[in-house]
Design a protein around this ligand. Structure first.
Ligand code: HEC
Ligand code: HEC
Ligand code: HEC
Ligand code: HEC
Ligand code: HEC
Length: 155
């Protein structure tokens, strides 16, 4: 597997492209601080969408911390202008596929983030290392008694 380097488009595992992100946000360094996934992705346990944190969340620390770091300067730049960081999505489905995915039931069933997203704690920017398609959903649903009717996953 190739690592994603800021400023480059590189083919990742699973054949997908690593997105070039506006800020090289290091997951690994933040997890080492003791932050949990759901401290930033606040919907991943109880809601449909995990969500990406607002730049205001970053500023809770970076208003004071590492202000002279080149990447952190970009973060502060967005916050000063009052705009969100335009993160490029890593996972997701085309709207044509009419898929509805909800995090909450999966969290309740005790499925780890890493099962569907890989070991993000060791990544810098998130990489699409796990394939999400109808086959991967159904394989687990057959094993774990998840729903298999079309209407459960499609609208
Ligand atoms: C709880 C405090 C905290 C929050 C919240 C936080 N950071 Fe950090 N961030 C840190 C600390 C501490 C470091 C330094 C970690 C290290 O060097 O090991 C860091 C490092 C970084 C770096 C890398 C600097 C470098 O060159 O190594 C970037 C970029 C960054 N943060 C961006 C963000 C963004 C974007 C957000 C919001 C999504 C965010 N941070 C939220 C505390 C925080
Ligand atoms: C059963 C598989 C599965 C598990 C478990 C899972 N996710 Fe996801 N996650 C997905 C899928 C599928 C998407 C894309 C959903 C979409 O775009 O409709 C996604 C999207 C996301 C996104 C993008 C923002 C969003 O809300 O769409 C984040 C961030 C995320 N997941 C974080 C997490 C975290 C953190 C955990 C663990 C608490 C987790 N996920 C557990 C499958 C999973
Ligand atoms: C300090 C806040 C922070 C923490 C803690 C954090 N993330 Fe993230 N996460 C982000 C930001 C910012 C992005 C957008 C940049 C990117 O894609 O790497 C992101 C992106 C993601 C994505 C890609 C979402 C998409 O579809 O675009 C996944 C999956 C994800 N994180 C999972 C996790 C998991 C799993 C953990 C815990 C091991 C975790 N994150 C911890 C801030 C955080
Ligand atoms: C690793 C296993 C696993 C994977 C992968 C997985 N699921 Fe699930 N899913 C489950 C389990 C277990 C349940 C049942 C939870 C329950 O009954 O409480 C479930 C429940 C659901 C439900 C029903 C939610 C509700 O309202 O009760 C939907 C919809 C769903 N999954 C969609 C998906 C989609 C779409 C994907 C692929 C993108 C997917 N799942 C991938 C294990 C998985
Ligand atoms: C467990 C969840 C799940 C169930 C159940 C499920 N699907 Fe899907 N389906 C998906 C996901 C996720 C995708 C998107 C795959 C992708 O983007 O690669 C998809 C894609 C599709 C597509 C392709 C759409 C496109 O854009 O080309 C069709 C057609 C489809 N499903 C039909 C069905 C039918 C018919 C059933 C019932 C027999 C069904 N699906 C049951 C999750 C599910």
């Amino acid at each position: 597997m190739f690592r994603c380097l800021a400023g480059l488009l590189i083919v990742c595992a699973a054949g997908a492209m690593c997105a070039e992100q506006p800020v090289a946000f290091p997951h690994d360094k933040h997890i080492k601080l003791g932050l949990a996934c759901i401290d930033c992705h606040i919907g991943a346990d109880l809601r449909d969408r995990a969500t990406i944190p607002s730049v205001q969340k970053c500023m809770l620390c970076h208003a004071k911390l590492l202000r002279n770091d080149a990447e952190v300067k970009k973060v502060i730049g967005y916050a000063d202008k009052g705009i969100e960081i335009p993160w490029v999505r890593v996972y997701g489905f085309s709207t044509d596929a009419h898929v509805k995915f909800r995090h909450e039931p999966h969290y309740r069933a005790g499925i780890a983030c890493a099962t569907c997203h890989g070991d993000v704690a060791k990544m810098s920017v998130a990489e699409p290392v796990v394939k999400h398609d109808m086959g991967t959903c159904l394989t687990c649903h057959r094993q774990r008694n998840g729903p298999q009717d079309c209407a459960a996953c499609h609208y």
